[in-house]
Design a protein around this ligand. Sequence first.
Ligand SMILES: C[S@@+](CC[C@H](N)C(=O)[O-])C[C@H]1O[C@@H](n2cnc3c(N)ncnc32)[C@H](O)[C@@H]1O
Length: 270
Amino acid sequence: MLRADRPGPRTTTERRSTPPAPSFARRATLRRSLRLLGSFRHEQTDPALFYGGIATDTAELVADFYRDLTGRGLRGAIVLDVGGGPGYFADEFGAAGAHYLPVEPDPAEMHAAGLRVPGAVRGSGMALPFRDAAVDICISSNVAEHVPHPWLMAEEMLRVTKPGGLMILSYTVWSGPFGGHETGPWHYLGGEYAARRYRRRTGREPKNRYGVSLFEVGVAEGLRWAETAASPVVAVFPRYHPRWAWWLVRVPVVREFLVSNLVLVMTAQR
Ligand SMILES: C[S@@+](CC[C@H](N)C(=O)[O-])C[C@H]1O[C@@H](n2cnc3c(N)ncnc32)[C@H](O)[C@@H]1O
């Protein structure tokens, strides 16, 4: 396993880990980080631009880890995207030849971008409407912080993934710069306060409502969950950081503030 992927001193998780996945690490350059961070400011004004960039990057990330893990490309692989929203990732995975299926509980989100994704499923990540070992790859991007039981969702993702298949869970860390979403950076003074301040300033409810559709999820708790899960951890890294900054996930406390988005890469137990 890559040293920088390690969450801390040698742990049971590491002893159970599969070999390194260097392909994506080579892609994680400073130029990529700057490109992604630059696109964030377009999220509200030009979602297609923002999500297009994220979609390309996500498909590359998934393809790299899947190839490292199985020796295969995405062609023909069933990819389940938990909390896939309108299906912004559909085109990228489709272009790679994968069968892409978003699962999403909110019909408004499903139709938000006017995309038509064949096979889109309505359902919750915390009770996925799929049988065990149904998909080759199960991913979730920026969803775990929006559900009250993120680790139940993570367990569900592993359950529906075929043994030896790939599971990637990526979420926004509460104490990071983007943790408060549209109410940030005031979330550093508390989620309730940030929500109240947003209401006072804008006269409307934030879309992401603290305690309702926005929850505090940290790096340490993700690593703790991964440690106790029955499936091996392949890699753990900050999603938007260059490779040389991946060591941040190993530093308690600091990581909660500087790892804005944590990626847990696992393979379903054989
Ligand atoms: C910030 S969006 C992320 C969309 C997309 N995955 C991405 O990365 O661009 C969060 C999504 O999580 C969805 N969501 C909320 N609760 C969920 C649940 N229990 N199960 C699955 N998805 C959920 C929301 O409806 C929304 O579409």
